[in-house]
Design a protein around this ligand. Structure first.
Ligand SMILES: *Cc1c(COP(=O)(O)O)cnc(C)c1O
Length: 383
């Protein structure tokens, strides 16, 4: 049954973004495609096979459930890395399926080694070092102890990777903090090296670090937002392309979100539109109702603020956004009919609604807005 709105993912936009990212990587550095948050709202089940078709062979996810989703669509053709949550009872499944995972505390390390020994199959771990974000990661004081543990458990633990994560590499205001993190990470790598460990994959960079600190690339980069065609923030764009490059945007947004006009009517001058009294018709209006509301991810914070495109023209959301519908002011359009395409994110004709403009109206970042797009909106690939 047709849904009230749908999401299109552009193959050509993705191909172009992947090419751009790879052009900034040395040939020896692998690219891991971060697909947590339902592939930043693009939909794991549609996005992951498409990315794989375009050459992606490494995916990073947040939890075991997402790893399961990736495995379901691609099988064991690619590497899968869990960066966050694994419940104890999921560890066996993770090890069984050769899924690699971050380890950032003793409990998981010991559990993994016990389970792996029982299974006679080594757990493929990436040791996460605390370097200054203070979220997850082993503290510096514990590193020698960890190294000893790994030495004693080589039958059960395969020390595959060494990693960390930066606390806000997208902002110049965090420059010193990130620099200090890089330094600490290198110290950690050297310490493990001195103890006789040379894990195959050293990695630390997210999109912003990848762009701003090429030194952080090491063997693999974990790129999320950038592959979908979004900059982590405006500052990363300016510092990457505005100052060093040509100033044009080399990325292409891959996502569009579309619906159709459900109803058109005239509102007499002096009447209010939608619930309450937040929008007064100061003249006669023509309004179009669209079957997308806050339950579909079009936030109430876009009441009297959001924009959409109908018949190639930008129009405004008026009144409060309802659970299932929003109301657009289409008074200045000659001809609007039921069934007309409505673009909520993306292009139509000359006009564009970007996710970031969307967030300017509502204070949500690209990241949040994308990942809040509900799972049940159907996603399609277009060329
Ligand atoms: C989310 C995340 C990334 C990717 O971040 P982007 O800014 O989207 O590139 C990389 N590493 C870790 C540990 C993450 O949690």
């Amino acid at each position: 049954m047709r849904n009230t709105s749908y999401i299109e993912i552009s193959r050509s936009a993705l191909a172009s973004n992947f090419k751009y990212i790879r052009s900034r990587l040395e040939a020896k550095t692998r690219l891991s495609h971060v697909v947590k948050g339902n592939a930043y709202g693009h939909g794991i089940d549609v996005y992951v096979p498409l990315a794989h078709e375009l050459g992606a062979d490494h995916f990073s996810v947040f939890d075991a459930h997402e790893a399961h989703e990736v495995l379901k669509v691609l099988g064991k053709k690619v590497d899968i890395l869990i960066m966050g949550m694994i419940a104890d009872e999921q560890l066996e499944w993770v090890i069984e399926n050769d899924i690699e995972f971050f380890v950032f505390d003793w409990i998981r390390l010991e559990k993994a080694s016990q389970i792996a020994r029982k299974m006679k199959k080594p757990a493929l771990i990436h040791l996460e070092l605390e370097t200054g974000m203070n979220r997850t990661g082993f503290e510096k004081e514990s590193w020698p102890q960890i190294a000893n543990f790994l030495k004693q458990n080589t039958d059960a633990i395969c020390f595959k990777g060494l990693c960390t994560h930066y606390a806000g590499a997208e902002s110049i205001s965090n420059h010193l903090r990130v620099k200090a993190q890089i330094k600490r990470f290198k110290k950690g790598r050297n310490m493990f090296k001195d103890m006789g460990f040379t894990p195959e994959i050293i990695h630390s960079a997210c999109s912003a670090a990848f762009l701003r600190f090429p030194k952080t690339h090491f063997d693999l980069v974990r790129v999320g937002i950038l592959q979908y065609g979004f900059w982590p923030n405006m500052e990363t764009f300016i510092s990457t392309e505005g100052l060093q490059g040509e100033g044009a945007d080399p990325l292409q947004r891959a996502i569009s979100w579309k619906s159709r006009v459900m109803n058109v009517k005239t509102v007499p001058k002096g009447e209010y539109v939608s619930y309450g009294t937040s929008y007064l018709a100061t003249q006669e209006l023509k309004v179009a109702t669209v079957p997308v509301g806050y339950s579909h991810g079009f936030g109430r914070n876009l009441s009297n603020a959001g924009r959409a495109i109908v018949r190639g023209t930008r129009v405004a959301v008026i009144g409060v956004v309802n659970m299932n519908v929003m109301i657009l002011d289409v008074s200045h359009l000659d001809n609007v009919e039921i069934g007309d395409e409505v673009v909520l994110i993306g292009n139509q004709g000359e006009q564009q609604i970007s996710v970031s403009s969307f967030s300017e109206y509502s204070d949500q970042m690209n990241y949040e807005l994308l990942t809040r797009l509900p799972h049940n909106i159907p996603r399609y690939v277009k060329d």
